[in-house]
Design a protein around this ligand. Sequence first.
Ligand code: ADP
Length: 544
Amino acid sequence: MMQGLMMDRPLLISSLLEHAESTHPTSEIVSRRCEGDIHRYQMRDAARRSRQVANLLASLGIEQGDRIATLAWNGYRHFELYFGVSGYGAVLHTINPRLFAEQLVYIINHAEDRYIFVDLTFVPLLEAIQDQISGVEGIIVLCDAGHMPETKLSKVHCYEALLAQQSEQFDWPEFDERSAASMCYTSGTTGNPKGVLYSHRSTVIHAMGSIGEEALGLASTSCFLPVVPMFHVNAWGTPYSAAITGAKQVFPGPGMDGASLWELIDAEQPDLLLGVPTVWLMLLNHMDAIGKKLESVQNVVVGGAAAPYSMIKAFQEKHDAFLIHAWGMTEMSPIGTVNSHNAHMESLPLEQRYQLQLKQGRPIYGVEMKIVDDNHNELPKDGKAYGRLLVRGPWIVSSYYKNDDDSSFIDGWFDTGDVATIDENNYLHIVDRSKDVIKSGGEWISSIDLENAAVGHPDLVECCVIGARHEKWDERPLLLAVRKPGSEVSADDIRDYLTDKIAKWWMPDAILFVDELPHTATGKLLKINLRQQYENYLMEGEPA
Ligand code: ADP
């Protein structure tokens, strides 16, 4: 083949920061801090301090490829570490603080983290496990000297004190763009978490692919609030894509509840919010309670779990905000598909548009996807056939870190573990996680669709549907629901409500009310425990 004659400049994370500093020096970065106040500075300050982070790593004897962990909320110091650590050539390991203690121990040791940068909030987490992570050489607390906590941690340092000693000059090294830049472990609902190791190249291409209108729409004029955490799936890559466009970033820190989010939205007027459905349920409830409208917000990107119909409608009709449904996973950096605005969507009557918005959208450029049956034969893209969803692309995992299990990798494709349909226009609809789908008499029932139909009931806060063993049908759906405080809504009321919303044979065999539902580290329903608890309910118990 004849070769092209273009330069081969490496796609490095430091190049994103250099671009941001020279092109968007005054872009604002606003953060709610663990210390309780609001901090603001500009992109050029972030760039300067990222260089100090790099000098700090050098002074600590960190080598390229070494793992440096963070245990932190969304905030400016975390942002500096994203660029300082990866730019230096070390690997940023973002740790999810919601993992169980044993999982934290496992991933810190598995990644062989040399240092951990930790927010004040999470110091007790490390105190509890410090005896089991002896390979860690030091803990650096993300605060100034005046806020250093009394702590049982040994080998502990103050971030601001260390940073102040560092030069603001640093020449970012150039190296192979395929070098590891950062890593994130899956939440491991079964077995140990698995490490996903992102490269500079994958991160930069993902950032370039995710900024446009057909993706997250992070224009230079936008101001966005990523509630999706920087400690898991890189806040959907937004720190990197913001560096490209210079959008204003508003970091919520530890304030993820409805009231704290509203306070920040009211003060900073973001037009774009990003996060998982549970967060938006809290915000929408809060807005209902105070009777206010999210005036500045134009778009809300919702992913990580399926956005319910009632949420799409509430954002549109109460707040004039468009819900952009998206799908992805840790293994995909994470963005796979986005259900963005387009002319066809705008032309639809509202009800039909909501139905389309329920789908998880179309792949952004770079992601290929197909559905297959159990023998790996490809199924038609007709919106009806459902099968295992396989994906491939330059920002999709090719194997797990130090893990021989290759069962998810099939002929160059990654098996997502999701069951989905894809329609003629390449819109993806996630039917379920393959382990959650309910197999009733040879037919499949989507636990997600059932949950989302039920949660539309005004008296319910949250719903979870699991497959319970059944003598005749193998499995039948069982609905666990959390009522709003003071509500006395009955199982029969819920059945009536569902009658015209689902197929008759989807009607749950039992509807039980519980005080709360368990969640995974990423805020999703922890169905594995519920399945264990209720799997025999329909065999032994009395239907509610
Ligand atoms: P975990 O660490 O919990 O595996 P991920 O954040 O990687 O976390 O989760 C990815 C999974 O979340 C997907 O495979 C899919 O099952 C689910 N998911 C993500 N977005 C959506 C969505 N919009 N609708 C339905 N499910 C989703």
